[in-house]
Write a protein that binds this ligand. Structure first.
Ligand SMILES: Nc1nc2c(ncn2[C@@H]2O[C@H](COP(=O)(O)OP(=O)(O)OP(=O)(O)O)[C@@H](O)[C@H]2O)c(=O)[nH]1
Length: 786
């Protein structure tokens, strides 16, 4: 019955070896995994041999299966997002504990949390993959996704955001808004995800509620609604006051167990603390005014019967109005606490159910085309050695059933799904169906990759495509246009680093290819290609940490010891000038003569921002006579020639192309047209002269005053230009632009310069032209001359 509950990828406990080469390690305390077999059994990471799953269930872990498909209004699909180290995993762990799904509190520093289950996550104390867990809080089903904070895994955050209805942004209350918070906040804006803010780490020495709120207001350009005030700060932090109800919540340790389960909730009286009482009174009045400004229904109530005395405004009316403005993304509720010290997480859970939307309160354009047919999105793939790929799906409409066939629009294939599982905390429960709004794991889908759209059949995809086509305002669209309307894709930024990867022997090449294709299905930001000159496999990633983790996973999960070549920068090429070229192709294959002449002009598109696809135009004389079906062949030829630039083989970007003349013999195949156009393009690009572009990064370093000058001196040697130095509490934040080529191994250097006290984030800003000296030095290096 419960035979499918097994934790995936949890051989972590068996491993205690450490990766020697570390790009990013957070804590010295994390040096060795300390999860013992005994811990493992208690935490139920996996089922040890000889012990049935019932063994675990019969102990006091909450029964998980009372309601498999709760009413949609009772579901919350929530993400936890933040800058690295803000405390997402610790907060998630507390949520699972207070909701009764785990019986011991895990700690990221001890490497035994539920959601950071990969070996690398536990060793390093960082989240790499997003993890989805399901639990119930009061009468609500919460599907929660803990996302990574490190900038190399931003794509992972974005693809999760698509399937979320709401998010909790976690902040370190001593740091306020940090670099990566801004990135994930922008992503959440893009996907229009309503949010609440949780100011974590209120127990830390330099924690400041006021500072953190101010930084949210200024840097995120949003309206914070203060729903709580802290009682005490830093060492004295001991509780909160609920501004809406004016109740104080004080955590009191009972005996020697301070797990935060016990707290006292009672009205705050003036006699308790007159200053705090007044502060709460003022905060409530401000909150009421703020909400009334944003919500007409509440404004009527405030201006009508309660205009004389805000105290009489019922808490539930204020809560409903806060919910409306949060859902409309006009403002963001702010709560506070300390996950590590077990304070503030239960009110946060209440706020999630109270203020964040249910799936049916969100509007998704594509739903109208599916009506009640199945529409689901895959947002994560894991590979389980026994069960094959496990694909996380979110159902938007219709329902999913095990032992059924589904159609994958992206891959244009029908697949059979064998089982459906709910990822309840660290167990998986088999379920008979999955209804709209809910999230589950599927077993059996072999082709589906992260980001695919799943429907019930090819016919249902075609019906949705017809409806989408009709809704396009009568405008005629191609099948591919309509299909793209049906899919909610995630833009994947181009990788900035690459390196060669080689198996220990040729015999292992096939295994390596299989491992890489599995990893690519899990992680669309990982690109793998073949070097056409050397035949070597090239791994392209979002950063040093990304590539290092992939290398490590190939070794641990697939048992292949690979060799990585030196990490290289993914440069780009563009043209310096405009140039024209002509080409003629005249080939007879069998009894068919293929004849094409092409004349093209290429030119730089100045001011364009990393437009990887060339902008193609046609001379009037060409467009008048060129049949639509040949246009595709011409454009393929142009686009393909931009994949590898003529100078160093890097992609060509920011160019415009005009097809000035084209003659095609009637029997000519499309492949021959593309080949001729492509050759013509290569000639034109060479004539135009190539300029190499290098990735320019936004760098943000948080460093103490004491180490500021050392960090700045080092930056100057790296062609870095400092744009701003901000103050963040006692620290300085240096905002700079630095070429990526100068940042290799920066974490090690910064660590030694600042005795490990500084942190930094690096994010692609743009591409900049190398000057002629730098360009010729690079050419010489690439040709092995220096
Ligand atoms: N003082 C204090 N430390 C905390 C608190 N919450 C988390 N931490 C610590 O902060 C560090 C980071 O915690 P995590 O929960 O891993 O943070 P995260 O945001 O999940 O990190 P990534 O997923 O790697 O981005 C760990 O050392 C935690 O013990 C808190 O409330 N107070």
């Amino acid at each position: 019955m419960l035979n499918i509950m097994r934790k995936f990828l949890v051989n972590a406990v068996k491993s205690s070896s450490l990766c020697n080469k570390q790009v990013y390690f957070r804590k010295t305390k994390m040096a060795v995994i300390s999860v013992t077999q005994q811990n493992c059994a208690l935490r139920n990471y996996s089922c040890p041999p000889g012990i049935s799953f019932n063994y675990f269930l019969n102990r006091d872990v909450k029964s998980l299966r009372s309601v498999i498909n709760p009413h949609i209004s009772r579901i919350r699909n929530i993400g936890i997002m933040a800058h690295i180290d803000a405390g997402k995993t610790t907060t998630t762990e507390r949520m699972l504990y207070y909701s009764g799904y785990i019986r011991t509190l895990g700690d990221v520093d001890d490497g035994d949390t539920v959601t950071d289950f990969m070996v690398q996550e536990r060793e390093r104390g960082i989240t790499i993959q997003s993890a989805a867990v399901t639990f119930d809080w009061k009468d609500y089903r919460i599907n929660l996704i803990d996302t990574p904070g490190h900038v190399d895994f931003t794509v992972e955050v974005e693809r999760c955001l698509r399937v979320l209805d709401g998010a909790v942004a976690v902040f370190d209350a001593s740091a306020g808004v940090e670099a990566q918070t801004l990135t994930v906040w922008r992503q959440a804006d893009k996907h229009q995800v309503p949010r609440i803010c949780f100011l974590n780490k209120m127990d830390k020495n330099r924690a400041s509620f006021t500072y953190a709120v101010e930084s949210i207001r200024q840097k995120l350009k949003t309206k914070p609604l203060l729903l709580q005030l802290p009682i005490g700060e830093a060492r004295t932090f001991r509780g909160l006051v609920d501004v809406v109800t004016k109740e104080q919540i004080l955590w009191k340790p009972t005996s020697d167990l301070d797990d935060g389960k016990n707290f006292e909730q009672k009205p705050l009286l003036e006699a308790d603390d007159p200053n705090l009482f007044q502060e709460v009174q003022d905060a409530r009045n401000t909150l009421i005014e703020q909400v009334a400004d944003l919500d007409d229904e509440f404004a009527e109530l405030v201006l009508g019967e309660h205009s004389e005395n805000f105290d009489l405004i019922p808490a539930d009316k204020l809560q409903s109005a806060i919910r409306r403005v949060t859902l409309a993304q006009k403002a963001v509720p702010v709560l506070c606490g300390s996950a590590l010290k077990n304070k503030g997480v239960q009110p946060l859970l209440d706020a999630i159910t109270m203020y964040l939307p249910a799936p049916n309160e969100r509007s998704y354009e594509f739903l109208q085309w599916y009506k009640d047919d199945l529409c689901a999105l895959t947002f994560k793939v894991l590979h389980d050695k026994c069960r094959g790929p496990l694909v996380f799906v979110r159902v938007y409409s219709g329902s999913l059933k095990p032992q059924s066939s589904v159609y994958n629009i992206n891959k244009s294939c029908t697949e059979r799904m064998s089982r459906l599982l709910l990822p309840f905390a660290d167990q998986q429960i088999e379920i008979p169906s999955l209804m709209p709004g809910n999230i589950a794991l599927t077993v059996g889908l072999k082709q589906s990759a992260t980001g695919d759209t799943i429907v019930s059949s090819k016919a249902s995809a075609a019906a949705a495509a017809r409806r989408a086509g009709r809704d396009a305002g009568g405008e005629k669209r191609s099948t591919s246009d309509v299909e793209s309307l049906l899919l909610a894709g995630v833009e994947i930024p181009d990788p900035v680093f690459f390196c060669t990867i080689e198996p220990p022997s040729m015999a292992k090449q096939q295994d390596l290819d299989n491992a890489l294709s599995c990893l690519q299905r899990e992680d669309p930001s990982l690109k793998v290609k073949l070097d056409p000159d050397t035949g070597q496999t090239i791994l392209c990633g979002m950063g040093e940490l990304h590539i290092e983790i992939i290398h490590d996973r190939i070794k641990r999960e697939y048992g292949i010891e690979t060799y990585l070549g030196p990490l290289q920068i993914a440069y780009r090429e563009t043209t310096l000038n405009a140039a024209q070229a002509t080409d003629v192709l005249d080939k007879t294959v069998g009894d068919k003569r293929h004849f094409v002449t092409a004349e093209l002009e290429v030119r730089p598109r100045l001011g364009e921002r990393a437009a990887t696809k060339p902008v193609i135009e046609y001379a009037a004389s060409v467009i008048e006579v060129l049949p639509k079906e040949l246009q595709g062949a011409v454009e393929n030829g142009i686009t393909n020639s931009c994949i590898q630039g003529p100078l160093l083989g890097f992609p060509v970007q920011d160019i415009g192309v005009t097809v000035q003349s084209l003659t095609v013999h009637p029997d000519t195949s499309h492949t021959m047209i593309s080949a001729c156009v492509s050759r013509c393009m290569q000639k034109a690009l060479k004539k135009a002269g190539i300029q190499i572009l290098e990735p320019l990064m936004n760098l943000e370093i948080t460093v103490s005053e004491e180490h500021l000058s050392a960090a700045l001196a080092d930056l100057a040697q790296r062609r870095g230009s400092v744009q701003e130095i901000q103050s963040r509490q006692d620290n300085r934040v240096v905002v700079a632009a630095v070429p990526l080529a100068e940042m290799m191994g920066y974490s090690t250097v910064l660590r030694s310069l600042t005795s490990g006290s500084a942190t930094f984030t690096l994010e692609l800003a743009s591409y900049q032209a190398l000057n002629s000296q730098e360009q010729s030095a690079l050419l010489q290096r690439r040709m092995g001359l220096v």
